[in-house]
Design a protein around this ligand. Structure first.
Ligand code: C5P
Length: 236
């Protein structure tokens, strides 16, 4: 069976302040979206990708991604929604519709990967895919939490300090058995900040594998500057 990745890239990018949707911001000559998709396909473990973009960016995305599409790789462009959850749901629908009656049955593994984590190397993607292929139904790449994390109340007063050794920061790509991810999205009433959160809500177990520092999410101008530093000296 094949591996497909849904890449939500329909966020407004307000926090980055570039004046255009974040995934369409260039990093050292290539957009974040193009880097994210190329990174997945180059990992050697991802066959097909569906990118989810704002409705007025579909043609731009099509031409940007055309050169990544070939006989081995299906690259589908879908239209995003108001929240990330809506965007991923649209992407899953577009992907399954592409295969008609077969639907998602052509896939062993479905990944969801933020376009904003466009410097993610192959290794964490391979670990996630491997864990799903070995029988886990949901897998997230994680890193230890380096800061102490506080729980606060509505007024900002600290109400608790969870033991840091039991906390992890979660990245993408997150990987799923297709039936489990589709069931989680079918059941999802409201929004979630990550896909595994929806799987937890339907009572399925989520496994962790080691993430990678380079899989950081580009959210602010500081993150963007860090990404440029990482890419300095590399080819565009
Ligand atoms: O806003 P945040 O950085 O958490 O978004 C994570 C990813 O989800 C980004 O790649 C963004 O483009 C995408 N997104 C989306 N549709 C939305 C909001 C965010 O595809 N409505």
């Amino acid at each position: 069976g094949r591996v497909a990745a849904v890449v939500p890239a329909a966020g407004s990018g307000l926090r980055l302040g570039a004046g255009l949707p974040k995934a369409f911001v260039e990093l050292h000559g290539r957009t974040m979206l193009e880097r994210a998709v190329a990174g997945l396909l180059d990992s050697g473990t991802v066959d097909d990708v569906v990118v989810v973009v704002p409705s007025d960016r579909v043609r731009e995305a099509e031409s940007m991604l055309a050169r990544l599409r070939n006989d081995d790789h299906l690259v589908v462009v879908a239209t995003g929604g108001a929240e990330r959850t809506d965007s991923v749901r649209n992407g899953l629908a577009a992907l399954t519709a592409t295969h008609g009656d077969a639907g998602a049955a052509v896939y062993d593994v479905l990944l969801v990967h933020d376009a904003a984590r466009c410097l993610t190397p192959a290794a964490p993607t391979r670990r996630v895919v491997e864990a799903v292929r070995s029988g886990e139904v949901a897998v997230v790449p994680v890193l230890p939490v380096v800061d102490t994390v506080k729980q606060v109340d509505d007024d900002g007063y600290v109400v608790g300090t969870p033991d840091r050794s039991g906390l992890r920061a979660v990245q993408t790509p997150q990987g799923f058995a297709p039936d489990v991810l589709l069931a989680a999205y079918d059941a999802a009433g409201d929004i979630a900040t990550d896909d595994a959160g929806l799987v937890e809500r339907i009572g399925q177990r989520v496994a962790t594998v080691e993430g990678d520092a380079l899989a950081f999410k580009i959210t602010t101008a500081t993150d963007h500057a860090r990404a440029l530093t990482e890419l300095a000296g590399s080819r565009p």
